[in-house]
Ligand binder design. Sequence first.
Ligand SMILES: Cc1cc2nc3c(=O)[nH]c(=O)nc-3n(C[C@H](O)[C@H](O)[C@H](O)COP(=O)(O)OP(=O)(O)OC[C@H]3O[C@@H](n4cnc5c(N)ncnc54)[C@H](O)[C@@H]3O)c2cc1C
Length: 339
Amino acid sequence: MIIEKKKSLKEYTTFKIGGPARFFCIVTNKDELIEAINFSKKSKLPFFILGKGSNILVSDDGFPGIAIKMEMKGITYMEDGNTVKVTVASGEDWDTLVKETVEKGFYGLENLSYIPGTVGASPVQNIGAYGSEVKDMIETVHVLDVLKDEYLDLSNEVCKFSYRNSIFKKDPRRYVVLSVTFILNKKGKLNYEYKDLKEYFTYKKIKEPNLEQVRDAIIEIRKKKLPDLRDCGSAGSFFKNVIVSATKAKELTTKYPEMIVHPLNDKKVKIPVAWILDNLCGFRGVKKGNVGTYKNQALVIINLGNATSAEVIALAQKMVDGVYEKTGIEIEPEVEYVI
Ligand SMILES: Cc1cc2nc3c(=O)[nH]c(=O)nc-3n(C[C@H](O)[C@H](O)[C@H](O)COP(=O)(O)OP(=O)(O)OC[C@H]3O[C@@H](n4cnc5c(N)ncnc54)[C@H](O)[C@@H]3O)c2cc1C
């Protein structure tokens, strides 16, 4: 394995922003990973685990330690009656996995179609879209515990998944995900209750879509809503949606009767931040220097060409302040800032 010096990270992120990593390597197996971690320990430098860089913003000054890019590959299927256990190495491409499982007729991952990134990153923020979260299909996450220097098989419960969160996100330098075991179904039930999907199938006059039709619909909808990463840099939604108390939601809907809210239970209500940014703060399609927000989705900050991370952070701060001013809510970034 080659450990390179002063490697620009820009090309390894979808934002196409950021300075160099002091050291950089690509790992394709456990031995190389151990070598890279030992290098970090011996040189007393921090390490950063890199997938496809689709949920990070790298500082303009770069990363002062070793960036370890995960490229371990391999997929195994174990069928057992109606269920299928799929164990996938962390460096596999997420959407290629979703495509393959859909083509095989296995239910479970279809609503998570077309999300960029690697399989190893999928449990980190418990990726979710169109009414589905990856936690519902994860059986075990196989990791290297860097603190204890041992391999562990973490059950779903141990991972403490919640909305865009997990133990991997809470304790970022502790575990390296080696592979993930998903449980899929041969005779599953499709979920197309999400508003955009429902509208899509009503418009297309499809009453009972099949697995492939759900994937195709999601890809079509996502292509309209999100920027094409070949045209401009982005890390998808920059902020998480917010979950507030029912009392706070009532206060807001009294002030803004048209506000969209999704009650989760009697006490908690989810509010789409994109709606607030767009309708209350006028942040959709804005431009400021080399950065802006996408014309079809205010939650997505885009690199208009040669943007710096400082510019992104300045715009993000304006968005945080704007939402707070209108609603009293403090929004949090979904994208991780790598410094
Ligand atoms: C256009 C666009 C649309 C998106 N849509 C969605 C969406 O609908 N839903 C959603 O949830 N996300 C979405 N995202 C965010 C992103 O795709 C996911 O978070 C994805 O899982 C990140 O994968 P990655 O390999 O690029 O991770 P990276 O960005 O490289 O890393 C993200 C984090 O995971 C850690 N990590 C990566 N691999 C490992 C590993 N093997 N072990 C331990 N830690 C690891 C990193 O250290 C970092 O903390 C979108 C992003 C873009 C650009």
